[in-house]
Design a protein around this ligand. Sequence first.
Ligand SMILES: Nc1ncnc2c1ncn2[C@@H]1O[C@H](COP(=O)(O)OP(=O)(O)OP(=O)(O)O)[C@@H](O)[C@H]1O
Ligand SMILES: [Mg+2]
Length: 306
Amino acid sequence: MITTVTLNAAVDVTYTVDRFRSGGSHRLPAAHRRAGGKGINVSRVLAAAGHDTTVTGLVGGPSGDAVRLELAAAGLRDSLVTIAGTTRQTVTVVEQAAGDATVLLEPGPEVTAAEWREFRTHYRHLLTTSRVMVLSGSLPAGLPDETYAELVLLARRHDVPVVLDCCGPSLLAAVPAGPALVKPNALELAETLGGSADVRAGAEELRAAGARSVVVSLGAEGLLAVTLVGAWSARPPERLSGNPTGAGDAAVAALSAGLARNTPWPERLRQAVALSAAAVKAPLAGDFDAPAYRSLLSGTTVTPDG
Ligand SMILES: Nc1ncnc2c1ncn2[C@@H]1O[C@H](COP(=O)(O)OP(=O)(O)OP(=O)(O)O)[C@@H](O)[C@H]1O
Ligand SMILES: [Mg+2]
């Protein structure tokens, strides 16, 4: 079982307009709503790729109910904990003429100390049946930067490896706790370390600080991995056009599955690049294009890095 944790779940609302006029009003043919949050996207990809997965995290209010209904409709195992606050919405305005998008992110609900204690008890229980724990995304209000550090330590006590996808202070605080893998993208890595050091040097720095392996995602350039047994770079055959939002979540899904199965690193990275590139070819975050995945697997190159 690969369990994903989404502490700041969301209902993702997407509006598509031809041209966005700041200060104007826009009539929309339709609005698209979907349960979101990075861990939920990771579980969607895992389930679609045939892996056993459970979703946990915090949800509340009518939008929290909407997340749960949708997970049930998608056939995803829901082990979320209910809180009093209301799950946030995110709004993405896709502008077709310009081919880009504007994203508005609410901070998320306030989580009380009692709710956090309840979650922690639930999390400990889930550790007894999890092969890998995936912690993804931002923290809601009321939870300190040390939150992921605490969850990594609890997992280690149960000998469950953690894959961590977050950035900034919560990543820096969690690295000394010894996550099995962290996956920042290049920008997140630079911002977290507060410098413009090159990617390899930044990855080495996080490893020296306690992460057992560091995989940095580089958009269309693929992945750079620094591990105990070597460093590799893995590249897709070409830059693909499509929707790159959620490609990182697909990479995390493949890396988590590879960890659960102890797949050798080069093959694990090949699968992560092919699956994440195939996610670019799917319009919605959390989905991937299965035929594209199969052809991308053979076109992806993995080479030792130094
Ligand atoms: N344009 C692209 N063409 C081919 N592959 C891509 C492209 N964009 C992303 N990928 C694949 O997806 C992986 C993750 O992408 P990226 O580095 O953008 O992640 P991210 O910023 O964490 O994304 P998110 O957090 O939105 O899911 C890359 O390592 C690469 O394998
Ligand atoms: Mg990401």
